[in-house]
Design a protein around this ligand. Structure first.
Ligand code: SF4
Length: 300
């Protein structure tokens, strides 16, 4: 009886192995999967291919094979869109191109009253960048940023930090001289901070300069430059000084983290030498952050 049963089982196995599963369904019952796991597996198997990380198949493709495209942004949004840093031209060639554009620029009224546009000066591979608010009388006459007495003091600060002027890059938020009386560029004491709309008109040049140079650090010289760079029009210099910021990507979408310290403008130091000590503390903060040896002797 036992042998007969074994023979019957062997015959049944051989018979069902070649059958269509549907025909065999009543004869073979697979072991039951745990209900939750089985349900999850079923969900994955029946989900759209994109859910499983696969390209869409015909079964899941939209009708007529038309894969819907996201709605195109309006033209105005495209115009404002800024490419990432790797999309910007780099180095000396890029800076030369920016300078050529600045020299003939008339995007804001400052272009009509300036004597000389002042694009910037220094090393295309500088690790440190100084940015002021705008050219003054001497810069307007020479076409170079931070010349005259304020420029001489900045050179001393740069030297005290262990750099040469040609090692760093020096630029301004606006590239043309903002004047109280634009009809008289020969008048002394005719300087003023740039208006927000002038800074906005010139902003793209500065973004491209920063992207072309890729500095590790920016030192904002003066309240106007610090507020403009940090996109904090209501902040005071005292609230921004004394700590390390990150250049806001929302205002400078250059695709890299660039540290920023704000300090006094050299022209302000000439008016108030007491601020030199605080300025030197700011420079020491930058040097420490950059891993540089900090000399004890401040710039005088
Ligand atoms: S300040 Fe800037 S935007 Fe205005 S004219 Fe000069 S380069 Fe052009």
């Amino acid at each position: 009886m036992k042998d007969e049963f074994k023979t019957l089982v062997r015959e049944l196995k051989g018979w069902t192995s070649g059958m269509d599963p549907e025909d065999a369904a009543g004869l073979y019952v697979p072991p039951a999967a745990p209900p939750a796991r089985a349900a999850a597996k079923k969900q994955i198997e029946t989900a759209a291919p994109a859910f499983r990380g696969e390209p869409p198949t015909a079964a899941f493709a939209p009708r007529n094979n038309q894969i819907p495209k996201p709605a195109a942004p309006p033209a105005s949004a495209l115009a404002q869109e800024m490419p990432l840093m790797h999309d910007y031209p780099q180095g000396e060639t890029a800076l030369s191109q920016i300078a050529r554009e600045v020299l003939v620029c008339k995007k804001c009224p400052l272009g009509s009253s300036r004597l000389k546009a002042v694009p910037g000066v220094g090393s295309p591979s500088a690790s440190l960048m100084f940015i002021g608010e705008g050219p003054g009388f001497s810069e307007d006459h020479k076409g170079e940023p931070f010349v005259g007495r304020a420029g001489e003091l900045l050179n001393k600060i740069i030297a005290a930090m262990g750099f040469r002027r040609e090692d760093v890059y020096i630029a301004n938020v606006v590239k043309c001289h903002p004047m109280i009386d634009p009809s008289d560029p020969e008048k002394r004491g005719n300087d003023r901070p740039p208006a927000p709309e002038e800074s906005a008109a010139c902003h793209d040049y500065l973004v491209r300069q920063i992207a072309a140079i890729k500095p590790n650090f920016i030192i904002a010289l003066g309240a106007s430059a610090a507020k403009s760079l940090m996109d904090s029009p209501k902040a005071s210099l005292s609230s921004l000084r004394g700590r390390v910021h990150l250049l806001p990507a929302s205002n400078f979408p250059v695709g890299a983290e660039i540290k920023l310290v704000a300090t006094y403008h050299p022209a302000a130091l000439l008016r108030n030498p007491n601020w030199k000590k605080d300025t030197w503390e700011d420079m020491k903060l930058v040097m420490r952050e950059m891993g540089l040896a900090v000399p004890q002797q401040p710039a005088r």
